[in-house]
Design a protein around this ligand. Sequence first.
Ligand code: HEM
Length: 164
Amino acid sequence: MTFQLFCKWIESSTLGAGVKNSIWIFPVVESIHILAIVLLAFTAAMIDLRLLGVGFLRRRPVAEVARQLTPWMWRAIVLLILTGIALFSSEAASKCYDSQAFYIKMALIAVAIVNAAIAGAIIRRHADEWDSRRSAPFGAKMMAVVSLVAWAGVVFAGRGIAYF
Ligand code: HEM
């Protein structure tokens, strides 16, 4: 099955047609999508800024900040993927298939999620050592920059789906 045929199938499916033909489901789902973006943006940015040694959590141990915020970051990502699939299903063939912004967004989401998974594993193993040294190593700071840039790119591309 080609991606184009998949898009036509999912848009005519019970899910796609249900979201598309309802006057309130799409706006409600997109509002939940946006609230999940706020939760993701807050949790990811607070962890990244802590790794960079800036922000109002800069004196808190990295291990503590990551332990408290990482579960909420992943809950936001799961909620974004679930609501995103519902939004996508309603306009897969009629909008997303021909939208460059959609493909850019999916690629950036893949980069951001792989980066978050690797960074999470490294933080769990080494954060205590960094806290005793009072600074995260260069590699961890670079992963924080990749995270900030990739998630910001996802938001711009997400908004761009309506335009290109
Ligand atoms: C995981 C992180 C994600 C972020 C940060 C994100 C961000 C966004 C943003 C900022 C918008 C525009 C909202 C608006 O202007 O009202 C949006 C809309 C949308 N997103 Fe996502 N999204 C994510 C995941 C997904 C996924 C996984 C999918 C699909 C599988 C998806 C599909 C869509 C669709 C179809 C729209 C509506 C576009 C439109 O018709 O205007 N999103 N998203």
